[in-house]
Write a protein that binds this ligand. Sequence first.
Ligand code: NDP
Length: 348
Amino acid sequence: AKEPVRVLVTGAAGQIGYALVPMIARGVMLGADQPVILHMLDIPPAEEALNGVKMELVDAAFPLLKGCIFIIMWFKFQMVLLRCVVATTDVVEACTGVNIAVMVGGFPRKEGMERKDVMSKNVSIYKSQASALEQHAAPNCKVVVVANPANTNALILKEFAPSIPAKNITCLTRLDHNRALGQISEKLNVQVSDVKNVIIWGNHSSTQYPDVNHATVKTPSGEKPVRELVKDDAWLNGEFITTVQQRGAAIIKARKLSSALSAASAACDHIRDWVLGTPEGTWVSMGVYSDGSYNAPAGVIYSFPVTCGNGEWTIVQGLAIDEFSRKKLDLTGAELTEEKELAYSCLS
Ligand code: NDP
């Protein structure tokens, strides 16, 4: 039997957390044969709700969810406890020994709050969680940040956890990637599994650029470019892009709640492909530490097309970027540089 993998979910009592933890415990993230130990962290006001989630996890009797052993010493006596999940408000306890960290907890933007105020709250959260992960997580722990501003929160985490390799710290743009696949499949009336190689460039914000220039669809007569099949450049360069960019807001409007199910599912896809690899000939989008590929700003967390193998991602190189795309890549890059400056100004 495989050794269990420890997976941390922060903000675990929240909406995304509630959708995500059962997916992890069912093997959606790491495979149906991979036992997991869940570490759930939230803040003290959410402690009771977090305990409720823990009770439901026990009640669901997930076979993959393994208990972990805690030894309590009391004078000469020793008690061995088997705990099904770690549910805690203590960041050190939550981070200890974790192999995967999914960072969902963050300070939400409330009405009337300035961007700088939200940034400042998140900078301090991610700074302290960076230290805890650096000191207590398992070596080679892989991190994905979901909480917004996801790219910049991930950058802060990287800066304050210098001993964690930069390649191990990423942010989630897979939801945007999946949304783009979904839009193309609806437009062409094809299975979403037959559409591949869209790209989300840049920031997980409304400046992100969903790009279909290299995307293809599997047809009975082979793989065909999306542009050739859609035959509607005005839609691809207009409504398609804005629909993907603004899908989150559309779901809030319809559901009166945010898109937790699809965000949780995308977080599982992100980690699964990173750990288990992307299929041959397929790439996915991940926010990763930029080396300046495609003339994106270096030193920010920027979403690129990547392939994964042996537990590592590699940016796909050599894709042609036309003039329309260039402008969009630059715009979202400029926003990330500006966010980085704002985040640093919150530190001083
Ligand atoms: P959600 O679980 O809905 O969202 C959590 C974070 O994910 C938010 O920052 C949200 O950004 C972001 N996000 C990214 N993509 C999406 C998406 N597609 N749809 C929705 N959200 C997305 O928030 P809740 O308020 O339900 O839960 C947050 C939890 O975090 C709570 O349990 C809270 O107690 C905890 N928390 C932890 C803190 C800490 O660790 N110090 C601080 C504050 C809260 P956006 O807000 O922009 O939608």
